[in-house]
Design a protein around this ligand. Structure first.
Ligand SMILES: Cc1cc2nc3c(=O)[nH]c(=O)nc-3n(C[C@H](O)[C@H](O)[C@H](O)COP(=O)(O)O)c2cc1C
Length: 188
């Protein structure tokens, strides 16, 4: 069983990106599964807190799930043509302490997708993310790209995917990412 962990970079109840993540979990190829993680509960990074109290529990829990997974899917909104602060903050905490980065991220297959009500589907946010997996020693899957634009028309009121064309693209994307994750795990 290929087990992926997916994380949405939005805390919003009606988040389009969280809806996209849930839709991905429903379209996984046979023999694979996408577990939904969360950045909820992760505080703002503060080096003084880290020095005094160590790593917060929600961060430790998410680190362990990522470390155990065969791949990490980041579902990112776009804020001001870049990465939303809450999502970047979460990754920054997840990269602490630096000695633990190889366990959590080293050689880890990573994929990016995102949804936006605008016409460009988070392209600039996804571009801004590129430096992060490289810095953490992860293996970014660059073959597939999923930019969900005009996303308010793609998801129904209840957050389910209402556009089957997007559903097909999403399914193909997840198939490609699972293939990539499997090829890396076979490489050892
Ligand atoms: C501070 C802020 C900045 C934003 N900047 C962009 C942007 O640069 N590009 C874009 O496509 N959408 C932008 N948006 C709109 C978001 O794409 C939209 O709110 C989206 O629904 C957020 O993702 P979510 O639904 O998963 O919460 C911005 C929204 C906020 C709150």
């Amino acid at each position: 069983m290929t087990k992926l962990i997916g994380v949405s970079g939005s805390l919003r109840r009606g988040s389009l990106n969280s809806a996209l993540l849930r839709a991905a979990a429903e379209r996984m190829p046979e023999g694979s599964e996408l577990v939904i993680g969360t950045i909820r509960g992760i505080p703002l990074y503060n080096g003084d807190v880290e020095a005094a109290e160590g790593i917060p529990e929600p961060v430790t829990a998410l680190k362990d799930v990522i470390a155990a997974a065969d791949g990490l899917l980041l579902v990112t909104p776009e804020y001001n043509n870049s990465i939303p602060g809450v999502f970047k903050n979460a990754i920054d905490w997840l990269s602490r302490p630096p000695a633990d980065i190889p366990r959590v991220f080293g050689g880890k297959p990573v994929a990016l997708m995102g949804a936006s009500p605008g016409g460009f589907g988070t392209i600039l946010s996804q571009n801004a993310w590129l430096a992060v997996p490289r810095t953490l020693g992860a293996e970014l899957w660059g073959e597939g790209r999923l930019l969900v634009s005009r996303a308010q028309q793609v998801f129904a009121e209840d957050g389910t995917l209402a556009d089957e064309k997007v559903g097909e693209r999403l399914q193909a994307f997840m198939e490609g990412f699972v293939r990539f994750a499997r090829s890396l795990s076979q490489r050892g």
